[in-house]
Design a protein. Structure first.
Length: 353
């Protein structure tokens, strides 16, 4: 029963890698090695960095891929993937060491992590930042350059930054290096959409809004399903001189890609084309996943199983969540403002009578 359910989860949200990782684990346990390999590679393609997960659980797809290699008897690949995982875990410990203020020791740990796997952009980036803060600028520049070179292949259509990577473009030196690296990449005829995305991200950090919007537009033109590029384009458009209708167009595309708003929302509250928004709501399809008929309580929660079950059913079924286009549109900021004004007018008239 697990595999069909996980397939439904994956189909319901094509930008979430975790159901595919779990599905690959199930397939591997059933001896379906080839299927497991295909599935886990799909998960990696969605978000290679997997940075939204807590310490000790990032890059789980690579652990499954290592198990696949083990099942295939590919000792070389097993060793390589073990090195990848060892590097990530060591860098997570280095994050804690840096947070404790032991910077020299943290830098050494990052360097040792890179000996296990040198192509981890997130480790290169965090090491570069620590070196820069210690005024070891020449060393920092080398690691910034390598981090930026690795970024396009480390990002999928969504990316999640692990701890310490969020400010990769902080500082003029880092931005100058990023400028050189990404501009050279963008000049190549086979430049990935992620290169344009990263240039847009850089321009956004620099508050050069028009240029940022232009690069994000290039990214979504090259890959119309590039969710994060659409999201960033939606963020920067209000700061540009582009026609207001452009914001609505982007919101409609986000609504089509992520109807349930599980990855940051479609920005539909900013839409002013309300008839168009109604039509977009009408064609958007949410996951439609139903809660199981029976929920089995765990541990001490058994005493509260009924209330927990009701809470879960309400969450899965979307109790209180608007479903029809009319219900969803009624929660738009403009219409809610109109409703409040009418309520106020009605109250005033009733009190006057």
């Amino acid at each position: 029963k697990a595999a069909p359910f996980l397939e439904k989860l994956a189909a319901a949200d094509p930008y979430q890698e975790r159901p595919l990782i779990w599905l690959a684990s199930v397939q591997l346990s059933e001896g379906k090695v080839a299927d497991a390999e295909t599935t886990v590679k799909r998960a990696i393609a969605i978000d290679p960095s997997d940075g939204e997960q807590p310490k000790g659980d990032r890059m789980r797809a690579y652990a499954v891929l290592r198990d696949v290699a083990l099942a295939k008897g590919d000792a070389k690949q097993v060793e390589f993937l073990a090195g990848v995982l060892a590097a990530i875990r060591r860098s997570e410990d280095a994050d804690d060491i840096a947070a404790a203020g032991l910077i020299d020791r943290a830098i050494k740990e990052y360097e040792l992590a890179l000996e296990s796997f040198a192509d981890a952009y997130c480790i290169q980036s965090r090491l570069a930042r620590q070196l820069a803060e210690e005024n070891r600028l020449a060393e920092a520049a080398e690691h910034y350059k390598r981090a930026f070179e690795l970024m396009p292949d480390s990002f999928g259509r969504v990316e999640s930054h692990c701890f310490g990577c969020e400010q990769a473009f902080a500082g003029e030196d880092a931005q100058a290096i990023a400028e050189r690296v990404f501009t050279e990449m963008a000049a190549k005829p086979d430049a990935k959409p992620q290169v344009h995305y990263l240039l847009g991200y850089l321009r956004m950090e620099q508050e050069r809004w028009e240029e940022s919007a232009a690069y994000f537009t290039k990214a979504v033109t090259a890959d119309p399903d590039y969710l994060n590029a659409w999201k960033k384009l939606a963020d920067v458009l209000p700061n540009t001189l582009r026609p207001r209708a452009e914001q609505d167009r982007v919101a409609f595309r986000l609504l089509a890609l992520d109807p349930a708003g599980k990855h940051g929302g479609a920005g539909d509250q900013r839409v002013r084309d309300l008839p168009g928004l109604w039509r977009a709501y009408a064609v958007s399809v949410e996951s439609g996943l139903a809660a199981p008929e029976k929920l089995f309580p765990l541990g001490d929660k058994a005493k509260k199983n009924k209330s927990r079950e009701n809470d879960y059913m309400g969450h899965m079924g979307g109790r209180g969540t608007p479903k029809t286009p009319a219900e969803r549109l009624a929660r738009h900021d403009v219409l809610e403002g109109v409703i409040r004004a009418l309520d106020t007018l009605h109250t005033w008239k009733m009190s006057a009578n």
